[in-house]
Design a binder for this molecule. Structure first.
Ligand SMILES: Cc1ncc(C[n+]2csc(CCOP(=O)(O)OP(=O)(O)O)c2C)c(N)n1
Length: 378
């Protein structure tokens, strides 16, 4: 397993990945040369603090009856912030339902995520503009969507031209449990056969609801893709620098036309699977405590302290900003008017669809029964 930052924040040299982080000396679409500069490290720290605060607030909002459900990404901040920042602006990302740090790194407001979990929005951002697919809850579906998109990129001629500003790759995100889905294996076949510019990225957070990873696989997951001829590595997913370097390097190989890659990031889902789950039913508090000691945010802070690049004022400013974000989310959701139910029939398909139209008519007939002098009663 590749680790650049140990749990105590100490940096271990790694020839290949240190060079990836140092960059090629040129700033490419906003990503400056040194991905591990103190300024950037502080940025990743702030990102992780912000997204954790948003996550905790979302859990509270669900408990207050304001969200239907919430899938927490607590503990996976480094695996997500690192991957999100490793992708270049033009890359296309295909996330699961738990990718809040990735979304943050791609510029998606946490409000948009909460709207989805409140059940009033199908997506909330423009996938074309932000180059990030809508969240998908169908396990493993990220893989074939990504491979199809990647094969489209080959046909568009934006792979392997040597231009880092335009050559594009796809990042397929899915969990350890999802990796058992047949469509992930089928996607490996297509990606390898056609040398598609796609990186398969699994956050192995140790659990698929109550099923441990040891039941999904007898070998390290990272080894799986090798049978397809897809090079792979396992990285410490609680180490933002290892993730950043691994994903950046794999995406750049893929965009250069060198075919697919697979990355397994070892991390831990510190919260329950969702707000509908009770993790104490299937895992020990000792295990939770052990992983708590590998907290990705603490690790980066310790590293910054070792570099003498962080002070109390910065930490306090991040905490205050995160608190403000949580408060904004709280008020945004509590003050949100209920949408007109008829809106749920909008935007299901790009074009009008006869089944949806029929359902819309049925609903209008149903709602008409409750019409009063004051209005429709909807
Ligand atoms: C095709 C499909 N089968 C089953 C489910 C129900 N389900 C939702 S999440 C989940 C576990 C997923 O675990 P993993 O892929 O490890 O991701 P994690 O939730 O841990 O991030 C299951 C079985 C689903 N959403 N889609």
């Amino acid at each position: 397993m590749i680790q650049l930052l140990g749990p105590d924040g100490t940096r271990t040299p790694h020839e290949e990945f240190d060079a990836v982080l140092a960059g090629d000396g040129a700033a490419v679409n906003g990503a400056g040369a040194d991905l591990a500069s103190p300024e950037r490290l502080r940025g990743y720290y702030r990102d992780m603090v912000m997204i954790r605060a948003a996550d905790l607030e979302a859990t509270s909002l669900q408990r207050q009856g304001q969200l239907g459900l919430w899938a927490s990404a607590l503990g996976q901040e480094a695996a997500q912030i690192g991957a999100g920042h490793a992708a270049r602006t033009q890359d296309y990302l295909v996330p699961t339902y738990r990718e809040h740090g990735v979304a943050w790194a791609r510029g998606i407001e946490p409000m948009r995520l909460l709207e989805m979990y409140r059940g009033i929005s199908h997506c909330g951002w423009d996938p074309y503009e932000l180059r990030t697919h809508p969240y998908m809850i169908v396990l493993g579906s990220q893989a074939p969507h990504s491979v199809g998109y990647a094969m489209g990129l080959q046909r568009d001629g934006v792979v392997g031209t040597g231009d880092l500003e335009t050559d594009t790759a796809v990042l397929a995100l899915f969990g350890d449990g999802a990796s058992s889905e047949g469509e992930v294996s089928e996607s490996f076949t297509f990606a390898a056969s056609f040398q598609a510019p796609v990186v398969f990225y699994t956050q192995n957070n140790q659990w698929a609801i109550s099923v441990p990873t040891s039941v999904q696989t007898r070998v390290p997951l990272a080894q799986r893709s090798r049978g397809w001829g897809i090079p792979s590595i396992r990285v410490d997913g609680n180490d933002v620098l290892a993730v950043l370097a691994a994903v950046r390097s794999a995406m750049d190989s893929a965009r250069a036309g060198q075919g697919p890659r697979f990355i397994e990031a070892m991390t831990y889902r510190m919260a329950a699977h969702t707000t509908s789950d009770d993790a104490s039913r299937y895992r020990s508090s000792q295990e939770e405590q052990e992983w708590g000691e590998k907290d990705p945010i603490l690790r980066l802070r310790l590293h910054l302290e070792q570099l003498d690049q962080i002070d109390e004022d910065f930490v306090k400013a991040c905490d205050e900003e995160a608190h403000d974000l949580a408060m904004r989310l709280h008020h945004f959701i509590h003050d949100m008017p209920d949408p007109d139910p008829i809106a749920m029939f909008d935007h299901v398909y790009t074009e009008p669809h006869p089944v949806v139209e029929r359902e819309r008519e049925q609903y209008l007939r149903y709602a008409a029964q409750f019409e009063t002098d004051e209005g429709t009663g909807r």
